[in-house]
Design a protein around this ligand. Structure first.
Ligand code: NOJ
Length: 759
């Protein structure tokens, strides 16, 4: 029986090479297989489990795994890895279940597998789509070498509230940039051929709007207008679908009052009917069951609701496994509903080539060849250096000279445990390069490095306990805070420059890690204040999984380099930038607020009826009494060791018609003393429209390299498509009228021109 399955698959794959018959052959194969499946086996395909003992990513684990696999009650597994282990588990399904249907093996490979890249928020700050794609490609190569071929990534949730810990996992606040990054990641993971043994199926998540949880509290409710949804939050999911993503994960939150996992409008009408998605939808971890707490009924009711809404696979909760048969008997769902979901899961397995060879990802010779190689680590180092954002550089204190004495202080200066960042469960922190080590590697003989911890990440043991669930991230020193500080001040007194590595522990952001306070913990604020009093040049290397409110630090420091959580090559990459081997080029993809009260704060806010002009408080304008409207650092912001000058913004025509292309060009000159890269950004404002429009929207960017003294003309193309938006009736339209084009180094881009668009 099993042999026949594989024989048919082999023939199907041969035929599938002839383009037009792909669907037909896949359909024929799946139909034939389904004709031999019992109802129980079909429901089994909809069940995704995670055995204990692997990588923990949630609070519930599955039980009776082996028996369930043998009984054909499991469609996929996540949380185990290694070619032998995966093969062992796959053998249970292939050899011991009645029909021998192979299982999917998944995992959360969010920013690299074992070679950990910077957290996604940092990586997006490179604005380098090729680089981002390359990191995803390499993650796929490593993961597939270890038996995993289904990834729960990319996370593309637009996030404008840095209180939410999961901002670390996405590409920031902007729909345009977020969409480009989403496509790059899907391409990177899936390549051109999902059936290749070095590519993996991607999952775009979390559909939808998870990044807009009220008050930045994780798993909280979401409520927003359809206009905001379509214009600002949905585009990255759609971009991933357009790029051919194989799987979509539904989110925990509700959308218009119905939890996403049971939301038919979202998972069927929008995703499938409007966007044409043809892969399968998996729930988030127990998100079916959580609809009980949402108040949508008991497990049977919410499982039936989810299936009917368009959910195909149930992650961990087993609501499908345990209730769908009953719901069918009671007429609450139809056999067709089950068949549809089962077919989609089997189609994914077919596309991955599992019916041809269920062990295609279990080559035991691959891990040593493909994982944690020098080449991979070199890419991690490059990706990290390219993700750093230079926030301040007074008196050109950076790059550091390779002479004299550096006092390297701060709780993150020698902390391997915090380099990988959140959501790196497959990485090993001990393999990471701490900043101290990286600086020593790069400094050479002419530099004396003195090191002291200076402060704990936090002095609060209760807080530390919450952060240390996956291992020691906040280690409260046995020495008193006063002793730590004294030591740091003592070495600083002997130094020419102080480099302080401060910020968040890696688990202070990520899932279930929301904060209402965006400041550095008090222990570290005190350290920075005392270091500043020495009067020595003070370079702050800040690490965090979110934008922090760094007003005080910005006043006290001579220079600030935002390094997120940089990944396995952290220390080397930081040294590369501090000593100038790489001139920083990262730009913020999330606005840095002045204080938490400004949140949510994002550059593309809509125009109000009473806009505040300038920074002065004006009565009866939209503003605050106690803080300016402006952020500390705007979206798109980031300095370089060199200077760039923008000149001569010009448009090819004054009047653009719907069929035409507008050429926008600007002259960019590197006027400083270093070669360097600049992210040239183009923004558009629709000056008169049928609905309120954002004051600026990113519609293009280019990362360009200029030698010192060099001038380049940078060109963009604008069409009606970039001017279009979803109007009150949710039609995508470009409306006639005047538009402003801005080009510059960040979202405050000042060079501007106006043109008229005619429909
Ligand atoms: C819950 C998270 O929300 C999701 O992003 C992740 O993929 C799953 N757990 C599986 O680990």
């Amino acid at each position: 029986m099993k042999k026949i399955v594989y024989l048919i698959a082999a023939v199907s794959l041969m035929v599938s090479c002839q383009q037009q018959t792909v669907e037909t052959e896949q359909d024929r194969f799946v139909s034939e297989l389904m004709s031999r499946m019992t109802l129980e086996e079909k429901i089994g395909q909809l069940n995704l489990i995670t055995p204990g003992g692997g990588i923990p990513t949630g609070s519930v684990v599955s039980t009776g795994v082996e028996e369930k696999v043998k009984a054909g009650k499991v469609g996929g597994i996540f949380g185990i890895y290694g070619p032998e282990k995966v093969r062992q588990a796959q053998t249970l399904a292939v050899e011991e279940s009645r029909l021998g249907i192979p299982m999917l093996f998944g995992s959360d490979i969010i920013h690299g597998y074992k070679t950990t890249f910077p957290i996604p928020l940092g990586l997006s700050g490179s604005w380098d789509l090729e680089l981002i794609e390359e990191t995803a490609r390499m993650a796929a190569k490593e993961a597939t070498a270890d038996g995993i071929f289904w990834n729960f990534s990319p996370m593309v949730d637009i996030a404008r509230d840095p209180r939410w810990g999961r901002v670390a996992e996405g590409a920031g606040e902007d729909a345009y940039l977020g969409s480009q990054v989403a496509k790059a990641m899907v391409r990177g993971y899936q390549g051109d051929d999902l059936g290749s043994s070095t590519t993996m199926m991607a999952t775009v998540k979390h559909m939808a709007l998870y990044g807009a949880s009220e008050a930045g509290r994780d798993y909280n409710t979401v409520d927003m207008s359809r206009q905001r949804m379509f214009n600002d939050y949905l585009p990255p999911y759609k971009a991933a679908v357009d790029a051919g993503v194989g799987c979509v994960m539904s989110s925990f939150n509700d959308v218009d009052g119905i939890p996403a996992t049971g939301n038919k409008w979202l998972l069927t009408d929008l995703l499938r009917s409007q966007w044409g998605f043809d892969g399968f939808v998996v729930s988030d971890y127990t998100s079916v069951n959580e609809m009980i707490a949402h108040g949508l009924g008991d497990l049977q009711a919410v499982s039936a609701l989810s299936l009917k809404a368009g959910l195909d696979m149930d992650m961990v909760g087993e609501g499908f496994l345990t209730t769908l048969e009953k719901s069918l008997e009671e007429g609450k769902i139809s056999e067709e509903d089950i068949n549809t979901a089962c077919r989609r899961v089997l189609e994914a397995k077919y596309k991955l080539g599992l019916f041809e060879d269920p062990y295609r990802y279990n080559d035991i010779t691959r891990p040593v060849k493909d994982i944690l190689t020098e080449e991979n680590r070199a890419l991690a180092r490059k990706a990290a250096a390219h993700s750093f954002v230079l926030l301040k550089n007074e008196k050109e204190v950076l790059p550091l000279e390779k002479t004299g004495t550096i006092a390297l202080v701060g709780p993150l200066a020698n902390s391997k445990n915090n380099m990988l960042g959140t959501w790196a469960p497959t990485g090993n922190p001990q393999l990471s390069i701490a900043v101290l080590e990286g600086i020593k590697n790069a400094a050479g003989k002419g530099v004396r490095i003195l090191h002291a911890k200076g402060a704990n990440i936090s002095d609060d043991p209760e807080f530390a306990k919450k952060i240390n669930v996956f291992g020691p991230r906040i280690e409260i020193d046995e020495r008193s805070p006063e002793t730590l500080l004294k030591e740091a001040l003592a070495i600083s007194a002997r130094a020419d420059v102080i480099v302080a590595v401060v910020g968040e522990a890696s688990e202070m952001s990520g899932e279930s890690s929301s904060r209402t306070n965006l400041l550095l913990p008090e222990s570290q604020k005190r350290l920075v204040r005392e270091l500043a009093k020495t009067g020595k040049p003070l370079v702050l290397v800040t690490m965090s999984g979110r934008p922090l409110a760094l007003v005080e630090e910005n006043e006290l420091a001579t220079a600030m380099l935002q390094t997120w959580h940089p990944g396995i090559e952290a220390g080397n990459a930081i040294a590369d930038v501090l000593f100038g081997a790489y001139n920083p080029s990262g730009k913020l993809t999330m606005t840095f607020p002045r204080n938490v009260g400004q949140v949510p704060i994002y550059y593309s806010h809509r125009a109000t009826g009473r806009p505040q002009e300038g920074d002065e408080f004006t009565k009866f304008k939209s503003n605050y009494l106690d803080v300016s409207n402006t952020p500390l650092f705007p979206f798109g912001y980031g300095l370089s060791y060199t200077d760039f000058e923008y000149k001569n913004l010009s448009l090819s025509v004054d009047v653009l018609t719907a069929a035409e292309v507008l050429d926008v060009s600007v002259e960019l000159t590197n006027t400083g003393d270093y070669d360097g890269e600049e992210v040239v950004q183009l923004y558009v404002r629709d000056l008169v429209a049928s609905v309120t429009r954002p004051v600026k929207e990113l519609k293009g960017f280019k990362k360009v390299w200029l030698k010192k003294g060099e001038t380049k003309t940078i060109r963009f193309k604008l069409t009606a498509d970039e001017l279009a938006f979803y109007n009150f009736n949710l039609e995508r339209v470009a409306e006639s009228g005047e538009f402003q084009v801005f080009v510059g180094a960040d979202s405050n881009a000042a060079l501007q021109q106006v043109f008229t668009f005619v429909e």
